[in-house]
Design a binder for this molecule. Structure first.
Ligand SMILES: [Zn+2]
Length: 349
């Protein structure tokens, strides 16, 4: 069977919109809402939320085979306010592993507990070139020296508190999304919004073509992956296989690239399931999907979180190649299309 076509215009618009919704771990609900709204147009799906706040979409079909599941996460790296400094600027505590040099001078939103949002930017505390000169560039980019300068009149703790900012308020870094003529999508947090988009696009392509999965499927859009336990719950116990859809690591020593999808064989959490890996390879070959196999050096997945929590499934990890991950990331439409096709091939098999 040939796979249905993918509406790449829809795909790109959905991805850009999703990237532009701030959703650091702990504050991912607006992104969950957005995906839920999009999926609600497909009457084939039964939507629900876990108590933890993840979105579950069930596509039930008549089949004697046990159901399967796919997961991707909408939460991203971010930060919370750790301290209000004497001069009214903010010290942050990072959520997940954002690298300070990658967000130096970037715009941020501070979301207060009362629902206000205040604009600002991330700077080193020795930013002024006319004061610190070369010494400023030597300052270590770490939690101690990076601060948020608020775009509000404040020069003291008191004034910053008067803006409604409190310790623990959520801070989201701007994604800086750009889509190029050459098919690249450059943005922070393509991990893992690219893969959420792959899942949504696969559902749309199947639905538009009047097709259904070969067996019942649960799609879990998780909201706590970047801190290591997103999909540890939310997948029903009768699910036989779980395919985690998350970015592939591109760079020195890696086989993955931005123009293919990758099957991850091993990451920091160990090896994935041999039988399901082979099934995924066979599907890619059958449908001429450009794919690589790879090993990721510093990486853990939501599928492994489920395994650790006692999940009794065969587990695989696929995803598009993302350059400069957890930094200023980049993907290419070809890799995203390959991943979406792979998801469809799996669902139809
Ligand atoms: Zn991820």
């Amino acid at each position: 069977m040939t796979l249905p076509s993918i509406d790449t215009k829809y795909f790109t618009k959905f991805l850009v919109d999703l990237l532009n919704i701030p959703s650091p771990t702990g504050f991912a609900e607006p992104a969950i809402d957005f995906v839920e709204k999009e999926l609600s147009q497909f009457k084939q799906l039964e939507l629900s939320r876990t108590r933890k706040g993840a979105l579950v979409a069930k596509w039930k079909v008549e089949s004697d085979l046990p159901p399967v599941a796919l997961t991707a996460h909408v939460d991203t790296l971010g930060a919370v306010v750790k301290e209000i400094k004497k001069k009214g600027r903010l010290k942050l505590s990072r959520v997940g592993g954002i690298q300070w040099p990658a967000v130096e001078t970037e715009g941020v939103w501070v979301f207060t507990s009362k629902g206000e949002k205040i604009r600002g930017s991330v700077l080193i505390d020795t930013a002024s070139g006319h004061i610190y000169s070369a010494a400023g560039s030597k300052t270590s980019r770490n939690d101690e020296h990076m601060e948020v300068r608020l775009d509000a009149r404040t020069t003291s703790r008191k004034e910053t508190r008067a803006l409604g900012i409190k310790i623990g308020d959520c801070v989201a870094f701007d994604p800086r999304v750009e889509v190029t003529q050459s098919g690249f999508i450059r943005s922070r947090f393509l991990d893992d919004k690219a893969c959420v988009t792959n899942i949504v696009a696969a559902i749309k392509s199947l639905a538009d073509a009047g097709l259904s999965p070969a067996r019942s499927v649960y799609f879990l859009i998780s909201n706590y992956e970047e801190v290591g336990h997103g999909a540890s719950t939310g997948i029903p116990s009768d699910v036989a296989e779980l395919v985690t859809v998350d970015m592939a690591v591109v760079g020195k020593g890696q086989e993955s690239d931005e123009f293919s999808a990758t099957l991850c064989i091993k990451d920091s959490g160990g090896v994935y399931h041999f039988g399901l890996n082979n099934k995924m390879r066979a599907l890619a070959e059958k449908h001429n999907i450009p794919y690589k196999t790879d090993v990721y050096p510093f990486y853990g997945s939501d599928g492994e979180a489920f395994w650790r929590a006692g999940g009794n499934v065969a587990l695989a990890l696929i995803g598009p190649g993302i350059d400069a991950s957890h930094n200023y990331e980049r993907a290419h439409t070809d890799g995203l299309v390959a991943t979406t096709n792979w998801i469809m091939a799996y669902l139809l098999d």
